[in-house]
Design a protein around this ligand. Structure first.
Ligand code: S5P
Length: 252
């Protein structure tokens, strides 16, 4: 079984500043856990960020799910990110032509560019979407966790090739498996539960061990299994611990 490079080594090998920053946070906090904080109110989101922040390398938002968004949202979440040393990943899944995604990223009510450290995009429009988001820190969707996804085969290979063509912008992939060995491409995987299974709307869940050991991904994104748990703090701690143990095993 081929061994992985440590996050710290990769931080030294990549020139992408945000990839370096994330890899160092992972090493420092011994965490490859990203929380999907899909909640309806700022209060709930900030409470999760403050309580679980010490366990996280990233906190993933869907800002358009919030029912009470206000312009001070970004500054408040950034303060919690600074306090607990995690990065904010706005899961906007941009999917339009370059000019439009640039406006969606920088303008409108959410002003994502002002507070999100990391964003993501689909590759279906072609490389213009990356050109439009130059200056951001981008994850490309190469695979999806949902059943029947069209993101596979040649589509996935094209996503990897596009990531490699834009190493100054792209710092990772949303995927189910490690797809390339570039140290600055961080593999981030959603669809995670302690037990495998699926939800009623096509989401498919794999275990931490399958994703990090068998599939060699780097980061697990966990949503409802933590946010809907009886004790979210304790559950996040379990995921952080298991995620780190799996990572250590892959180093050999
Ligand atoms: O392929 C994907 C990509 C993403 S970013 N599948 C996903 O589920 N996601 C996101 O991960 C999704 O939008 C949600 O925020 C999170 C999974 O949440 P869970 O509650 O199912 O763990």
């Amino acid at each position: 079984m081929s061994k992985k490079l440590s996050f710290l080594k990769r931080a030294h090998l990549t020139r992408h500043p945000m990839a370096q920053k994330l890899l160092k946070i992972m090493e420092d906090k011994q965490s490859n856990l990203c929380l999907a904080a899909d909640v309806a109110s700022q209060k709930q989101l900030f409470a999760l960020a403050d309580e679980l922040g010490p366990d996280l390398c990233m906190l993933k938002t869907h800002v358009d799910i919030l029912e009470d968004f206000s312009p001070d949202f970004g500054a408040k979440l950034r303060a919690l990110a600074d306090k607990h040393n995690f990065l904010i990943f706005e899961d906007r899944k941009f999917a339009d032509i370059g000019q439009t995604v640039l406006l969606q990223y920088t303008q409108g009510i959410y002003r994502i560019a002002e507070w999100a450290h990391i964003i993501n995009a689909h590759i279906v429009p072609g490389p213009g979407i990356i050109e439009g988001l130059k200056g951001s820190n981008l994850l490309l969707l190469a695979e999806m966790s949902s059943s029947g996804t069209l993101a596979k085969g040649a589509y996935t290979r094209n996503a990897v090739a596009m990531a490699q063509q834009y190493p100054e912008t792209v710092m990772g992939l949303i995927c189910l498996h490690a797809l390339c060995k570039d140290p600055g491409i961080i593999h981030v995987t959603p669809g995670v539960k302690l037990e495998p299974g699926q939800d009623a709307l096509g989401q498919r869940y794999r275990t931490v061990d399958e994703i990090l050991i068998r599939n060699k991904s780097d980061i697990i994104i966990v949503g409802r299994d933590i946010t809907h748990a009886k004790d979210p703090k304790k559950t996040a701690g379990l995921y952080r611990k298991r995620g780190w143990e799996c990572y250590v095993q892959t180093l050999g």
